[in-house]
Each structure stands twice: as structure tokens, then as C-alpha cells.
Write a protein that binds this ligand. Structure first.
Ligand code: GLC
Ligand code: CA
Length: 478
């Protein structure tokens, strides 16, 4: 890092965020599932870490086919997590502590249990008929999560598109009514006082007219050229941007497989519609698109990815910095070494927090949580892990397929947060909904809090240094 240059200052650039995946964060009412009562009690902890905002992964009602990323009601809270009143309490307390709150906006698809989809299935003369993408004859696209990208619906007598799981039908964003719904949903949360959105797979929402067939031999991603950065993407995001500009709010888009070149269109110039984007290049130093292909970790690939994004956006855009989230396994187990746990955890923290950009820290990352390794596929829950086990590397022996899941499953980042060395890691007073990592007796908040050389205290130090020295935020990367 060098000079602070003439880079434009914005409040979100000086922040850092903490991502909460509520189901595994803290259980406040003792049913084994994390909730907003638990979040409420832990807000001081989040504040003390030194972050300035929270991103909540989806907390809306959902049948949980994809743990909240399949939404059945955009204007409510999942009963497992509490209710709208409890959310408002969390929001107010967060604000009083000086923490911003951003919500996950998942509008590429809904749950198949969303009332819009239920109506849409009823027939072509229904008011919701064109809310989804229906065809008499499917194309050859594969879904990213569950076999073919099309599922037949008997009631309607047609196929619907689902880029993700079968229970996640894609919305038809070409329909102006659907875009109006999205804007109304945004206003609902902004009026309540939230500070912005993390926009899920936002570069997928505009599909190429005619939905042409993809390259047949490509697994899973064959349709991607026709739904990534689609023809109307900037127009649609421009509409959403306008709503946000009425509020002083902030937007970060998730951009799976996005390139520097296409990201610039979202982040700069006339088509600017997002403040930041989560890119994936640096997540592929040991894999290609999370679970599909695994390869040994390459430090060179990692450095190239960092350098590419830091250089390309310098002075014109702004990077989102992250190493973990609910979709990627734990970083110490991937890019570090569990044997050199403390060294790996602190080294990885320093490697990204001091780049130019806004750091995001995923729950548990700050205490160095590591991957779990379950002994059979049945013990894993994630829909994507099951898909990869069943459908993707079918010519390989089962042993190898399980190994890949153990290394790459999203479930590794979704084990309960480790708060104390006590029973159930202090996450709950009852048996938690999912496996706890066996290392919780040493890897936990209470123990690390007391140890000045812990990973937790190192994160705190990094974040406070970033606040003290502006050049750590606006400086150029070399
Ligand atoms: C995003 C989310 C992921 C989800 C997918 C489909 O990649 O981060 O968790 O499964 O979108 O909504
Ligand atoms: Ca609970």
C-alpha cells in the first residue's frame, strides 16, 4: 500500500462488514437453531470486533431447500428466527451501536412455495402466468444445483426454468410487473430502516431472448453464456439503483464467475448500478467454481487473482474483499494449514484486510473455524453437495466423490458458531440442528478473547489499524 491518492471517499469504503448466517450464529430460545434473539445478544460482540456493518444472509420465510435462498415471503421473518418485531429490535440496537445493516436480496428466483409460483402454475391466463420462465420444450441447460435446468409442472403442462435447485424457479425479469415487485420489496426494507442490499447472483437475472441451447458437453455451466450478464442486465439494475438512490443506501452484488471486464460495467461509468461486487477469481486458487473441480492450492493463482482485481479497479471502482462466506469452505483448511492454525489464520487475515476495498468477515472466520469432514454423504445437508456427489463426477468411485465433498462442501461453513468450550460450544442449550466441529474446545470466542495472540484478537487489531490509517483504505496495491 502506498499513497492515498485522489480516490473518491464514500462511507461504505471505510467500513468493514460482518456476515451473519443466522441459523448457525447463536440460539437465543434454546431450540437448537440460531435466531434473531441470539443475534440481539451478540451485537456487542460484533461491535467489539471492530466492524461497522452486518450483512444478513436471508432471514425470510423459506422451506429451506437452499437454506433461505429459496424465499416464500419477501416481507417477513422466518419463524425459526423470530418475527418482524424482533428484527426491528435487532435493527434498532445495531443502529444504536453504530452498525449498518444490509439484507440479502434474492430475486433471480423464488421458492416454488411462493404464492406467485403457486398461482403461476395454475395456467396461462393467470395474472402471475408470466412471472416465471415457462416453455413447452426445454433447452439443454443444466442447473447449477440439481440436474437439468427444467422441471415439468403437471398442473400447468409446461416446463419451468431453474438455474439453481428445482425448488428455486427463476423469475422472469423481462416482465415489468416482476421488476415492480422487486422495487416494492426494496422499499419495504428501506422504509423500515435497513441500509442496503447484498444482491444474490445478480448478474444472472436477465436471460438471452430465445434461450438458445448451451454447449452440450459442459457440465452445470453450459447455459451460463446466455444468462450471465444478459442483454438487459444494466437496464434492470439501473431501475433498482434509482430506488436505492432515494435512500442513502448501498448495494453490493454477488457476481459468480464475473470477469474484471464485465464487473467494470456494473461498477463504473454510465451503467454503474452497484457499489461493489463479490468476484470469484481468488476463490478459485484450489478449485473451479467451488465444488466442480478440485486441484491443489496454488499461491501463484491466488496472487494473480488479487492483483488482477486490485489493479483493474484502482481509482475507478471499489473492491469487496472476502475470503469466506456461507458458500465456501473455511479458508484455513483451504489456503492455509490446520497444523499451523494460528499462523494460517492470522496470515490470511492480513493478506486481504489491507488490500484496497471493503473487507467482509464471515461468522467464525475471525476465530479461525475450520472445515468439518463427515463420514458419509447422508450426513451432509446442502443441496449443492448432494448434486455434486450424485450428478457431477459420476464416473469416479464413491470414495473420491465423498472426498471432494469433504473438501469443498458449503456445509463446512455452516456449522454452529463456537462461542465457548462448554457443551454445544455455547451455541445453544439444546442439541444444535447441525454438527459442531470437534475443535470447539480450543477454537472458540471465550478462549480466544483471553489470549492476546489469538486469531480473534489479531482480527480486532487489523480492523482497528485500518481505522487509524486512511492509507490502509485508499492506498494503492503493489
Ligand atoms: C448465491 C448464494 C447461495 C445460493 C445461490 C442461489 O450464490 O450465495 O448460497 O445457493 O445464490 O440463490
Ligand atoms: Ca432458536
Amino acid at each position: 500500500m502506498t499513497d492515498s491518492g485522489d480516490r473518491k471517499k464514500d462511507w461504505y469504503k471505510e467500513m468493514s462488514f460482518y456476515q451473519i448466517w443466522v441459523r448457525s450464529f447463536a440460539d437465543g430460545n434454546g431450540d437448537g437453531i440460531g435466531d434473531l434473539y441470539g443475534v440481539y445478544d451478540k451485537l456487542e460482540y460484533v461491535k467489539r470486533l471492530g466492524v461497522d456493518g452486518i450483512w444478513f444472509s436471508p432471514i425470510y420465510p423459506s422451506p429451506n431447500a437452499d437454506f433461505g435462498y429459496d424465499i416464500s415471503d419477501y416481507r417477513n421473518i422466518h419463524p425459526d428466527f423470530g418475527n418482524l418485531d424482533q428484527f426491528k429490535k435487532v435493527l434498532n440496537k445495531a443502529h444504536s451501536l453504530g452498525l449498518k445493516v444490509i439484507m440479502d436480496l434474492v430475486v433471480n428466483h423464488t421458492s416454488d412455495e411462493h404464492p406467485w409460483f403457486i398461482e403461476s402454475c395454475k395456467g396461462k391466463d393467470n395474472p402471475y402466468s408470466d412471472y416465471y420462465i415457462w416453455r413447452d420444450k426445454p433447452n439443454n441447460w443444466k442447473s447449477l444445483f440439481e440436474g437439468e435446468a427444467w422441471e415439468y409442472n403437471r398442473e400447468r403442462g409446461q416446463y419451468y426454468l431453474h438455474i439453481f435447485a428445482k425448488k428455486q424457479p427463476d423469475l422472469n425479469m423481462d416482465n415489468p410487473k416482476v421488476r415492480q415487485e422487486v422495487k416494492d420489496i426494496m422499499r419495504f426494507w428501506l422504509d423500515m430502516g435497513v441500509d442496503g442490499f447484498r444482491e444474490d447472483v445478480i448478474n444472472f437475472i436477465s436471460k438471452k431472448e430465445g434461450l438458445p441451447d448451451g454447449i452440450p458437453f459442459l457440465p452445470a455451466v453450459n447455459g451460463m453464456p446466455y444468462y450471465k450478464d444478459g442483454p438487459h442486465i444494466h437496464e434492470y439494475l439501473g431501475e433498482f439503483r434509482k430506488v436505492c438512490q432515494e435512500y442513502d443506501c448501498f448495494q453490493i452484488g454477488e457476481g459468480p464467475m464475473t470477469t474484471v471486464k464485465s464487473a467494470k460495467k456494473y461498477l463504473t461509468g454510465k451503467t454503474k448500478s452497484l457499489d461493489m461486487m463479490f468476484s470469484f477469481d481468488h476463490m478459485m486458487a484450489d478449485c473451479i467454481y467451488t465444488e466442480y473441480i478440485h486441484r491443489p492450492f496454488s499461491l501463484v493463482k491466488l496472487k494473480k487473482a488479487f492483483t488482477k482485481w486490485q489493479t483493474a479497479l484502482n481509482g475507478i471502482g471499489w473492491n469487496a474483499l472476502y475470503l469466506e462466506n456461507h458458500d465456501h469452505p473455511r479458508i484455513i483448511s483451504r489456503y492455509g494449514s490446520e497444523l499451523y492454525w494460528r499462523e494460517s489464520g492470522t496470515m490470511l487475515a492480513a493478506s486481504y484486510i489491507f488490500q484496497q476495498g471493503t473487507p467482509f468477515i464471515y461468522q467464525g472466520q475471525e476465530i479461525g473455524m475450520t472445515n468439518i469432514s463427515l463420514s458419509s454423504i447422508d450426513k451432509y445437508i446442502d443441496v449443492s453437495s448432494h448434486n455434486n456427489y450424485k450428478n457431477v463426477h459420476t464416473n469416479e468411485p464413491e470414495r473420491n466423490r465423498l472426498k471432494r465433498i469433504q473438501m469443498s462442501s458449503r456445509d463446512s461453513s455452516r456449522t454452529p458458531m463456537q462461542w465457548t468450550p462448554e457443551k454445544y460450544a455455547g451455541f445453544s442449550t439444546n442439541k444444535p440442528w447441525f454438527y459442531i466441529n470437534h475443535n470447539y474446545k480450543t477454537v472458540n470466542v471465550e478462549t480466544e478473547d483471553k489470549d492476546p495472540n489469538s486469531i480473534l484478537n489479531f482480527y480486532r487489531k487489523c480492523l482497528s489499524l485500518r481505522k487509524e490509517h486512511e492509507w490502509l483504505i485508499y492506498g494503492r496495491y503493489r
